[in-house]
Design a protein around this ligand. Structure first.
Ligand code: C2E
Ligand code: MG
Ligand code: MG
Ligand code: MG
Length: 290
């Protein structure tokens, strides 16, 4: 097995270069090892209130600090994980890391909400709600601080089997979000069956929405639907000032995007947050205006 490992690493050195990596360049065994070896870590992308532009929370996003290739985005490996049984251990790892971070910095983070991505395949695991509730309990993380996200397109394909686990996650006190909304074909009936709290409008509708009337129609209809179903709306991937100005015409609660903040390393996220809360305190004491 040592020889096998040596051969594999020789293979990876001679046949793979960072510049030629593809979504399926890796082997499931490598990914499993990377998780065990803590080469994977979470970044955080702030979520802001669109009316005040203040941070209201963040989404945890996985990165792989690969020994040869540097920091890799999930583009290169998430598909592989989500199509293998590794997805169960992977998501437990992600939730563990996220909860541990929240517990360590609880003082600073307690008024925020944190989004964690789950894979639809995780919802096949009937033990999941219990396991996640136990984890939250052991890290002293109130479930009400946590929003679990699942991607619309994949969810709707497997709705019957997923519904039960989603309902029970909700009963445990976690919030639920439907991610990349608009990329699948959920019906109003399906949407109303799932106790979602948040609808995340996919970034393909946000980019250039200021100048694209088709996108405007989709945004308008989605916001109306979300209001009927009592869901908060998050606009994903806001990059341009003019798009933000357009989005402010609608009742969109939150935004995420490079215009506000990139996904940040934990330390950087904490720094950014501290800067804002200093600023807020000074502002509320009246020493700053505007
Ligand atoms: P997602 O959940 O929809 O996450 C949002 C993605 O959009 C992130 O990509 C984020 O970096 C990117 N993004 C944010 N703002 C902007 C912007 O203004 N412009 C553009 N062009 N992109 C923006 P990332 O981190 O590469 O993640 C890609 C996907 O991988 C995620 O999409 C999610 O589906 C999946 N993923 C990430 N972390 C996890 C995880 O811990 N578990 C699972 N199961 N999936 C994850
Ligand atoms: Mg997400
Ligand atoms: Mg997603
Ligand atoms: Mg998304």
């Amino acid at each position: 097995s040592q020889i096998k490992q040596l051969m594999e690493s020789l293979f990876s050195l001679s046949h793979r270069q960072a510049s030629s990596l593809q979504p399926h360049s890796f082997h499931v065994d490598e990914l499993q090892h990377a998780i065990k070896d803590k080469q994977m870590c979470l970044y955080l992308q702030p979520k802001v209130s669109l009316s005040t532009e203040e941070f209201v929370g963040a989404e945890f996003l996985i990165r792989w600090n690969h020994p040869d290739f540097g920091t890799l985005s999930p583009y290169y490996f998430i598909d592989l994980i989500e199509h293998s049984d590794l997805v169960h251990d992977f998501s437990i790892f992600v939730v563990n890391e996220a909860f541990e971070f929240i517990e360590q910095h609880f003082e600073l983070l307690q008024d925020l909400a944190f989004n964690i991505n789950l894979s639809v395949k995780n919802l096949e695991d009937l033990q999941l709600p219990e396991r996640l509730a136990d984890l939250a309990n052991s890290y002293n993380v109130p479930p009400s601080m946590i929003v679990f996200e699942v991607t619309e397109s994949l969810l709707i394909e497997n709705l019957t089997q997923s519904l039960d686990v989603l309902l029970r996650l909700r009963l445990k006190g976690f919030s639920l979000a439907i991610d990349d909304f608009g990329t699948g074909y959920s019906s109003i009936k399906q949407l109303s069956q799932i106790p979602f709290c948040e609808l995340k409008l996919d970034r393909c509708f946000i980019h250039d929405c200021a100048i694209d009337s088709d996108k405007q129609a989709i945004i308008e209809a989605t916001v109306a639907l979300a209001q009927k179903l009592n869901l908060k709306v998050v606009a994903e991937g806001i990059e341009q000032q003019q798009d933000l100005a357009f989005l402010n015409n609608y009742k969109i609660d939150y935004g995420q995007g490079y215009l506000f903040a990139l996904p940040l390393e934990k330390v950087q996220f904490l720094k950014t947050l501290e800067q804002q809360s200093d600023y807020d305190q000074r502002k509320s004491r009246g020493r700053l205006r505007g």
